[in-house]
Write a protein that binds this ligand. Structure first.
Ligand SMILES: NC(=O)c1ccc[n+]([C@@H]2O[C@H](COP(=O)([O-])OP(=O)(O)OC[C@H]3O[C@@H](n4cnc5c(N)ncnc54)[C@H](O)[C@@H]3O)[C@@H](O)[C@H]2O)c1
Length: 352
């Protein structure tokens, strides 16, 4: 792993991953971050690495096949980590089309470029031989599995059964990645992670949204009864799991990533209020999102037992550090909370 293409590196997880990887691996020659800078992309997330000589930002669209192919030619990548996506479920309910073009066709554009560049005989459709050491990693989500009842966990064998346009587009992308491995032998991995939290998360997601509102003594809009259960993982643990799969994963395999840390949304909201010393009367229950999955839980046995990965953060430490980060970076939050985000906020929640 010397020359890496990271897509969507200006987003929440991608920017954490770039910082993590450049700190962890000194032998990287070049890391290119290809990002369209949609409302979710924020170059400020990358200030700590912008002067690193190994790092380059390219402003562009993963669906732009010419650009992607030129990047593969000029940079000679041996590794692709594909984060770029339309990733916000609420937006997928109001604007599903861009989810399909970005998440499915954007993925295919990258796969085609990787196959063409890495295959030893790219014009021979029967050739399944690739340059040694190359890998394409698809960053996917546990949401492709659909929802669970009160018991059970998602394993890598759980049938794909997405419920939102977002998760359907991610599932579609996963299927295309799988097909490129089965048909062309492309060395790929798919990781399916649970909900992430940590620094640089866009403030329409649960934890930064609630923190921001609580600080301002604004009401905290909680969908339905707030008993939707998610398996929360600190973003740095997600980053370390991706690096583990890149370095030790068996190509062609899917790896679930989760921290055995199930929490109801309302529990998290109460924790934030208590950490900030704010009253629970700020909680306002709003109408539930259509198709809102009730419970996700990840069985992480495969990645922990076969690759030796384990999360480093406890939820208590992770939340404490995350709250601290948002409190210490009010400028970051204020600059994100502007323009498009404010319009979106009132469309979604009304004046609450
Ligand atoms: N956030 C989570 O809890 C979570 C959990 C599991 C998996 N994932 C997956 O991880 C990935 C990253 O999630 P995130 O929360 O960091 O998302 P995010 O929305 O914060 O970031 C997405 C990034 O992709 C960029 N982008 C969007 N369309 C693009 C395009 N056409 N071309 C190039 N760049 C484009 C955006 O500008 C942004 O920087 C996604 O694929 C998501 O499905 C997220």
């Amino acid at each position: 792993m010397k020359r890496i293409l990271v897509t969507g590196g200006a987003g929440f997880i991608g920017s954490n991953f770039i910082q993590y990887l450049l700190a962890e691996r000194q032998d990287i020659e070049r890391l290119v971050n290809l990002d369209l800078l949609t409302y979710a992309g924020n170059l400020e997330n990358l200030l700590p690495v912008q002067d690193d000589r190994r790092y380059t930002f390219v402003h562009g669209d993963i669906r732009d096949r010419k650009l992607v192919s030129e990047l593969f030619e000029t940079c000679d990548f041996d590794t692709v980590v594909h984060f770029a996506a339309e990733s916000h479920v609420d937006r997928s309910i109001t604007e599903p089309e861009v989810f399909l073009t970005t998440n499915v066709l954007g993925t295919q554009s990258l796969l085609d470029a990787a196959r063409r560049r890495w295959n030893l005989e790219p014009d021979n459709k029967y050739c399944r031989e690739y340059r040694p050491g190359v890998v394409y990693l698809q960053v996917s989500t546990d949401e492709v599995y659909g929802a669970l009842g009160k018991t059970g966990m998602f394993t890598e064998q759980t049938p794909i059964s997405p419920n939102s346009p977002y998760s359907a587009s991610k599932a579609g992308a996963d299927m295309v990645v799988r097909a490129y491995h089965q048909t062309y032998g492309l060395p790929v991995n798919i990781t399916r992670c649970s909900n992430n939290y940590g620094p640089y998360q866009f403030p329409e997601k649960l934890i930064p949204l609630m923190l921001h509102n609580a600080q301002a003594d604004k009401s905290l809009p909680v969908y339905g009864d707030g008993m939707q259960i998610r398996d929360w993982l600190h973003v740095k643990d997600h980053c370390s799991a991706i690096l583990t799969v890149l370095e030790k994963g068996v190509r062609g395999e899917v790896y679930n990533i989760g921290g055995n840390n199930e929490r109801a949304n309302i529990e998290i909201v109460r924790l934030i209020l208590s950490e900030l010393g704010k009253p629970e009367s700020l909680i306002t229950h709003v109408q539930d999102r259509p198709g809102h999955d009730r419970r996700y839980a990840i069985d992480n046995t495969k990645i922990t037992t076969t690759l030796g990965w384990a999360p480093a953060y406890t939820f208590e430490r992770g939340m404490r550090e995350t709250i601290e980060w948002y409190l210490q970076n009010p400028g970051w939050v204020e600059r994100v909370v502007s323009g498009d985000y404010l319009d979106y906020y009132s469309r979604m929640y009304g004046e609450v």
